[in-house]
Each structure stands twice: as structure tokens, then as C-alpha cells.
Design a protein around this ligand. Structure first.
Ligand code: PMP
Length: 394
């Protein structure tokens, strides 16, 4: 035996096998509500118009592919600030770096927390996750050396946010613990906090000395760019120190280009500088520097008023389409009414893995086993078919 025989076998990615099953299904009426990407009325995940235009411009004007630094495209991270925070944030208390997707931002955040935790030599900096959550959250945190604690965020059977359980957990958290929050368009459940709940979370974060880690991966796909950041901004304002992991992969449709950013807020300039130098070190030892192309496209778009306007208009159209499908589902069956109040591409339906399997086998409806549905896989024309299928398995 060699070293690698000691590896534990790992399960295959279930999403990839679902993609293959869907691809090979000959039924013409098949519906794909599996993979978490936006789809238009024709089922395509198109390159956005502004991205195409920015690519043409970049091809014309880019004069070098020489290295940038571990912080990536600095102008990109600056231009995103007004969109994320509603304003340019002060450079002496905010650090912003480009990362390989929102995933890279979360990993970098986790490693920064762990570096601090190890030096502090306390038990602290547990990461609180509300369940269910994006299946990659806990593994990213533990891979970086952190301990995860959970509370129940959402009850799948009754389709309700368990806000009291969330508040009880946060009130019981220790100072210096980290609370990971979905900024908007919760993946997988679809149900977000309302304004007064965000205010209550901001209060407990401030009172208990918790560190918010906000995962903002779908800004603009819920109620609008401003609206989708409102809760995150409340919490950021309330906390002296905070982290925000951002993804441009959904709202710019750049998925495979891996475009993200990590913003770190430090309560004092000295602390912010410590965060900055450690973030740059951690970026260097992980990926040296992030891939350039996607962030350069976002920079070109946000640096140009006409391209920005076109990007916003197309994003508005995507959001409206999703919300029209949501309203049609909610109006079509009382059982689906909560979907009208959910936001973003996903909702977690109260379906068992068996029911999800039956939907696939007998009705050619493809969803992940948890019951998460990507509603961008539907159109107003296919909503009735979906409702009939769900009724049949319930
Ligand atoms: N957070 C959440 C909640 C997500 O759903 C995703 C993408 N599925 C990410 C982060 C990571 O996004 P990216 O593809 O930019 O790494």
C-alpha cells in the first residue's frame, strides 16, 4: 500500500449525476430544476449583453497579461463598493480583495478567522450556521480549521423560518463567535429575514460581540440590488468587525469565470491593517492571485455608465422573470403559496427524497434530493405541468 491508500473514499457529486440523468432523458417535456444557474424562457443560461460587450472591449484594449497581485483587480473591488454597501467605504476601516468566486471569498474569510483564533488561544470563533444551508458552507469552514455550530433556521415541512430558534442561538453564542448569514435569496430555502428581523439580528450581533460573515451571492435576483443588500448593510453597520463574501457569478452570469470578492471591516485602522496583511498572505498561499478575466469584465462594465445601465436592465429582467414564475406557482396551488414570498432562484419544497425520485421517474421533473427547486428552470408555460406533477406525488 502507498500513502494514498489511506484516503477515505468520497461520494460522487450528486448534482453531476443529476445533470447526466437529465441530459440522457429522451422525454421532450422534461423539466430541469436541478443545477443552480439562472435560465431564461428558452432554458438557456446566456452570457449577459454587457458581458459580451465588455469582452469585445477587453479583447481590443488589454495590452498585458502580466501578474497582478494577491488582491487581484483593485479597481474591480472598488467599483463594487457602491453596489454592495451603497457608498464608497473608508479605506482605513475596510479591505476589499478579489477572490476566485464567492467560494474563494468564504474560504479566505474562514482562514482569516482561523488565523486569528489560533493566535488568540481561546476556544472562540465558533461559526454558527442556520440549517439547512448551502451544502458547501460547513465543509469550507471545517476545512479551514474552524468549528461549526448549528441552529435550525427553517422548517421544511411547515415552510417557515424559525426566527425564535435563530435568535435563541445567537443570544447564546459567545463573544467572538462568527455568525454566517445569507444576505438575500437564501440557498436552498428561499425564505429571507424581513426588515425587522434583520434589525433584531443586528442588535444581538452588536450586544453579544458576534462577528457577522455575510454571504451575498445573489444580489439583484431577489427584490433589487439595493433591497437585497439592505439587511447586510444593517448588520455591517452594527458590528465593529465584519466580513462579507461576495459573488458576481450569478448577478453577472459569470459562473465559470469565478468572480468574487472578500470585504473585511475592522473597527480600527490598526486592526483593519492587520486584517489586510493577513488576507493578502492567505490569498498568496492559497491561489497566489485570482484569475483575472471575469473580474476585468465586471470592472469594464461598472466603469462605463452605458454598460452598467444595460447590465442593470438585464438583471432586472432576470429577477422579474423569476418572480413572475413564483407568483404563478403561488397562485396555482395553495400548497405552493409560500413560494410567492420567497426570493431568488431557490425554494425548498416539503418533498421527501422518495417524492423527488418519483417526480423524476414518472414526471420527468428533475430536482435535487433535498427538495430544493431551481424555479428559474420553469417558465409561465411549464408552471401548470410542474404543479400537476407535484400534486401527483403529494
Ligand atoms: N454562497 C451561496 C449561498 C451559493 O449558493 C454559492 C453558489 N452556489 C456560493 C456562495 C458560491 O458562489 P461562487 O460560484 O461564486 O463560488
Amino acid at each position: 500500500p502507498t500513502l494514498f491508500d489511506a484516503l477515505a473514499p468520497q461520494p460522487a457529486d450528486t448534482l453531476l449525476s443529476l445533470i447526466a440523468l437529465h441530459r440522457d432523458d429522451p422525454r421532450p417535456h422534461k423539466l430541469d430544476l436541478g443545477v443552480g444557474v439562472y435560465r431564461d424562457d428558452s432554458g438557456a443560461t446566456p452570457v449577459m449583453r454587457a458581458v459580451k460587450a465588455a469582452e469585445a472591449r477587453l479583447l481590443e484594449t488589454q495590452s498585458s497579461k502580466s501578474y497582478l497581485g494577491p488582491e487581484g483587480d483593485i479597481r474591480y473591488a472598488e467599483l463594487l463598493q457602491p453596489i454592495v454597501f451603497g457608498r464608497a467605504v473608508p479605506a482605513d476601516t475596510f479591505v476589499g480583495v478579489q477572490t476566485p468566486g464567492g467560494t474563494g471569498a468564504l474560504r479566505l474569510a474562514a482562514e482569516l478567522i482561523n488565523a486569528a483564533r489560533k493566535n488568540a488561544k481561546g476556544p472562540g470563533a465558533k461559526v454558527w450556521l442556520g440549517t439547512p444551508t448551502w451544502p458547501n458552507h460547513a465543509p469550507i469552514m471545517t476545512a479551514a480549521g474552524l468549528t461549526v455550530a448549528t441552529y435550525r433556521y427553517y422548517d421544511q415541512a411547515t415552510q417557515t423560518v424559525l426566527f425564535d430558534e435563530m435568535m435563541a442561538a445567537l443570544q447564546g453564542a459567545a463573544a467572538g463567535d462568527v455568525v454566517l448569514l445569507h444576505g438575500c435569496c437564501h440557498n436552498p430555502v428561499g425564505a429571507d429575514l424581513d426588515r425587522s428581523q434583520w434589525r433584531a439580528v443586528a442588535e444581538v450581533v452588536a450586544q453579544r460581540g458576534l462577528i457577522p460573515l455575510i454571504d451575498l451571492a445573489y444580489q439583484g435576483l431577489g427584490d433589487g440590488l439595493e433591497e437585497d443588500a439592505a439587511g447586510a448593510r444593517l448588520v455591517l453597520d452594527a458590528a465593529p468587525d465584519a466580513l462579507l463574501a461576495y459573488s458576481c457569478d450569478k448577478n453577472f452570469g459569470l459562473y465559470r469565470e469565478r468572480v468574487g470578492a472578500l470585504y473585511a471591516k475592522g473597527g480600527t485602522p490598526a486592526r483593519t491593517e492587520l486584517m489586510r496583511s493577513n488576507i493578502l498572505l492567505l490569498a498568496r498561499v492559497n491561489w497566489s492571485m485570482p484569475p483575472d478575466h471575469g473580474a476585468a469584465l465586471v470592472r469594464v462594465i461598472l466603469d462605463d455608465a452605458a454598460l452598467t445601465a444595460d447590465w442593470r436592465a438585464e438583471l432586472d429582467g432576470m429577477r422579474s422573470r423569476i418572480n413572475r414564475v413564483r407568483q404563478a406557482l403561488a397562485a396555482g396551488d395553495p400548497w405552493l403559496a409560500p413560494l410567492g414570498h420567497h426570493r431568488g432562484m431557490f425554494s425548498l419544497l416539503p418533498l421527501s427524497p422518495d417524492q423527488v425520485a418519483t417526480l423524476r421517474r414518472e414526471h420527468a421533473v428533475y430536482m435535487v434530493g433535498s427538495g430544493r427547486a431551481n424555479l428559474a428552470g420553469l417558465t409561465l408555460d411549464t408552471v401548470p405541468q410542474f404543479i400537476d406533477a407535484v400534486r401527483a406525488v403529494r
